[in-house]
Design a protein around this ligand. Structure first.
Ligand SMILES: Nc1ncnc2c1ncn2[C@@H]1O[C@H](COP(=O)(O)OP(=O)(O)OP(=O)(O)O)[C@@H](O)[C@H]1O
Length: 303
């Protein structure tokens, strides 16, 4: 593990009786876009607040560059909180320059960076408007500028894509990709799983305050149970019943989705299908991130 990782190490947190995090553990590496996904209430916001020091953990540690994160380190983080957090009556340019100065930048550098990000996020025409006069999507663009304006070493963004139009999603995606490519670890939460699958280098799935699966989308997909799609128009409804290691998960006219236990011989299934007549499709199905997510969440519910 590179020493410049952002490490979340066995972080636990309770709100009274509610256990929000149970030894939450994962790391975000330099240059990596890490998508943080999980059901409502799974613990994503709590984790991010602890990373940023807005909340204190009951136990566990957050480290950056191998050292526990403290107040000084956090000033070098960029954060987009879920509750947002801009001054509604302040003008966009003034506000961003002010926030950069608060992070220790000179007036000139703060002004220059504020102008740069305003341009990059397509807000040039609105730079002299108050934040409260902007649409919600544009306020969100300003919020992203606020997370970036002091040239952070780490980015932590709580649902940065929620409520954005498709053009703004593209702009936001590109900015996050560029930042990651510059070597910044980027952690963001989202419920938009297609987007996470497309954009992220690695994904972490959270359930009930724990990280239950983390890896590249390809790794997560390869760890899932193998599935086969079999199209055999003349096959009787029960042709797959009784085949060892095979569970039928879906059936529509002449088409079956089969889940295979580890080690199940696919050729044996093909022979069984051919014995019923022509086989017009026989293919492996890789689950989408959305399907993996549902499996993980339902597994938890079944316990
Ligand atoms: N201030 C609080 N007081 C009491 N319980 C809280 C508080 N904040 C969060 N919780 C509880 O902690 C758990 C984790 O919540 P959290 O907001 O971290 O989840 P989340 O994954 O960000 O959810 P969402 O996707 O809905 O934003 C939930 O059970 C939530 O109800």
């Amino acid at each position: 593990m590179p020493s410049t990782c952002l490490e979340i190490d066995r972080v636990s947190k309770r709100y009274g009786e509610v256990v929000a995090l149970r030894e939450m553990t994962f790391e975000v590496r330099p240059g990596e876009l890490f998508g943080f996904v999980g059901s409502n209430g799974a613990g994503k916001t709590t984790t991010m607040r602890i990373v940023l020091g807005v909340l204190a953990a009951d136990s566990g540690e957050v480290r950056w560059n191998g050292a526990p994160v403290d107040f000084a380190t956090r000033t070098r983080f960029g954060y987009m909180p879920e509750e947002r957090g801009l001054y509604p009556k302040m003008k966009v340019l003034h506000q961003l320059a002010y926030l950069a100065e608060l992070h220790g930048m000179s007036i000139q550098a703060a002004q220059r960076n504020a102008e740069f990000w305003i341009g990059k996020l397509g807000l040039r025409d609105r730079r002299q408007d108050t934040v409260q006069s902007l649409s919600l999507g544009n306020q969100q663009r300003v919020q992203l500028c606020a997370a970036l304006v002091h040239e952070p070493e780490v980015l932590v963004l709580d649902e940065p894509f929620s409520g954005l139009d498709p053009v703004a999603v593209d702009v936001m995606s590109q900015v996050l990709r560029d930042k990651a490519d510059e070597g910044v670890p980027v952690l963001f939460s989202s419920h938009q799983l297609d987007l996470v699958q497309r954009l992220c280098d690695r994904v972490g799935i959270v359930r009930s305050g724990q990280m239950v699966a983390a890896g590249t989308v390809a790794e997560l997909r390869s760890g899932a149970a193998a599935r086969l799609i079999v199209e055999a128009p003349d096959a009787p409804a029960d042709w797959a019943r009784g085949l060892a290691g095979v569970t039928v998960t879906e059936r529509t006219a002449g088409r079956w989705t089969l889940e295979l236990a580890p080690g199940t011989d696919e050729q044996r299934i093909l022979h069984a299908a051919l014995a019923t007549g022509p086989v017009t499709e026989f293919s492996r199905h890789k689950p989408t991130l959305g399907e993996l997510f549902r499996n993980v969440v339902t597994e938890g519910d079944a316990r």
